[in-house]
Design a protein around this ligand. Structure first.
Ligand SMILES: [Zn+2]
Length: 481
């Protein structure tokens, strides 16, 4: 083990492609390479039998599954189905259907729909590669897309990181592949992954993009490994705000050797993710507003918040324990990611959302302008600003509309608009957090990966930073844990 990575890093240093694209199709543990029945047209068509490295992705659960339609494939599959499927044909299990459309509720039991190599299955206006399996469990129906791993990744990578920074997208492809491989077949459920952020967002063919297709192809079959096994916890997030964090300070779960706090340092006094519009953000409430927000979160009457106090931080500066002192002296504790869920804040566009991250400072009233610019890109360097906010009087109720405006995040394009701007004036009793980054802070920082790619670093160097101690290897060579 390790030869591939060492070799690859050596090549990467010379600026070339770190590894050659692998021959297709690839073979993963337990999967046999397909044997297309080319010379035996009489063999009954079995849609799933020849599929390369399938993963099962849940698209839908409910009572109204709708219809599936055959549509023309505008780009080829990386892992085409066996040729026995014919042309422009919709298959219901092994039965060839006359029509190119099928009402999923019209048939009982569980069954598989598949399309010939020149066609795709369209469901709810979105085309999918592979097959669609309808599973009936109790009174409900589930639609599961059974799709070759590499084709699945083409529908995931652009949903998770749409960027023209190829090396960052390649790192994302390896991480997303590792995540999928580690979860395949791990449960007794009828699917391995969902199509939502609870696994990885998957948009099928509609999501596919030239850069991410290239990233998937150039990293084909490659996953992250640790201690001779596929790494199972290749988590990632949008922007770390200067430093990533370890699980004990994000979820209160045991440490993972390759998920440590690492600096997202660009070597020029800033961070690689400082182009994110969440490099610096603000959240502001009156004590009474925050009491009302927490009342909803806790599901019980809650008095005004008089004071927030940071009880524990992780190495990156993320708040892992936060004391909430209420009017009358009652004190409660918020921990880990619950802090983000509990402290709903109003964004500049007026919508409400969870706190972008737990990497924040509490800015006391009257001390707002202590450090408007200096702390933005120094992730871990926030300890000195963590004074609790003392509020001697219950705050007056202000309408939410009356809040001072926050600088607007600039969306995907990213900007530093929120950095260094004048802090809004605070009224007595108001609470202001200034924070950094967006997401849980574990593993790969996507904005940081893009920053590294734009500095000329390659995907292996990106992965080395965010998952220290891991190696890159072929999925086929490593056993799953
Ligand atoms: Zn970062």
């Amino acid at each position: 083990m390790g030869g591939l990575l060492l070799l690859a890093l050596g090549l990467a240093g010379a600026g070339g492609l770190a590894y050659a694209p692998l021959p297709r199709p690839i073979t993963l543990p337990g999967m046999e390479a397909p044997a297309p029945p080319q010379s035996e047209p009489a063999t009954p068509y079995k849609p799933l039998e020849g599929m390369v490295d399938p993963v099962r992705v849940l698209l839908y659960q409910g009572a109204q599954p709708g219809k599936v339609r055959l549509v023309e494939a505008s780009s080829p599959s990386f892992c085409p189905p066996p040729p026995a499927a014919g042309e422009n044909t919709l298959w219901l299990d092994t039965q060839r259907l006359e029509s190119g459309e099928f009402d999923l509720a019209s048939k009982g039991g569980s069954y598989t729909l598949s399309a010939s190599a020149d066609s795709l299955l369209e469901w709810q206006g979105r085309p999918y590669r592979g097959a669609l399996r309808l599973e009936r469990t109790g009174g409900r129906m589930a639609i599961v897309n059974i799709v070759p791993l590499e084709d699945y990744l083409r529908g995931v990578v652009p949903e998770e990181l749409l960027s023209n920074a190829l090396e960052a997208v390649k790192a994302q492809a390896i991480v997303a592949r590792t995540y999928a491989v580690a979860r395949r077949g791990q449960t007794e459920a009828l699917w391995d992954l969902t199509a939502t952020p609870s696994s990885q967002v998957y948009g099928g063919v509609a999501a596919e993009d030239e850069i991410s297709d290239r990233a998937v192809q150039e990293t084909q079959g490659l996953i992250l490994t640790f201690a001779d096994q596929a790494a199972t916890q290749t988590l990632y997030h949008s922007s770390c705000g200067g430093a990533t964090e370890g699980p004990p300070y994000v979820y209160g779960t045991p440490a993972v050797p390759y998920l440590q706090s690492v600096a997202c340092d660009d070597g020029r006094g800033g961070s690689d993710c400082q182009a994110s519009s969440y490099a610096t953000w603000r959240a502001q409430w009156t004590g009474r507003q925050l009491g009302e927000i927490l009342a909803k979160y806790w599901g019980k009457p809650t008095k005004s918040v008089e004071r927030l106090e940071i009880a524990e931080r992780g190495p990156s500066g993320r708040v892992s324990k936060l004391k909430v002192q209420l009017e009358g002296g009652e004190e409660r504790l918020l921990e880990f990611e619950d802090i983000r869920q509990a402290l709903q804040y109003q964004r500049p566009d007026g919508s409400w959302a969870s706190l972008p991250s737990t990497k924040f400072e509490i800015v006391a009233a009257g001390k707002v302008d202590t450090d408007p610019q200096g702390s933005d890109s120094k992730g871990a360097d926030v300890e000195q600003s963590s004074e609790p906010l003392g509020l001697p009087q219950p705050a007056p109720l202000l309408s939410l509309v009356g809040q001072p405006a926050e600088p607007a995040p600039a969306g995907q394009a990213g900007s530093q608009a929120s950095q260094g701007e004048e802090a809004p004036a605070l009224k007595e009793g108001e609470i202001l957090l200034i924070g950094h980054g967006w997401g849980h802070g574990l593993g790969l920082c996507q904005w940081g990966a893009m920053g590294m790619a734009r500095r000329g670093l390659d995907c292996l160097q990106i992965l080395e930073r965010y998952y220290p101690g891991t190696q890159v290897g072929r999925a086929a060579d490593w056993a799953q844990p």
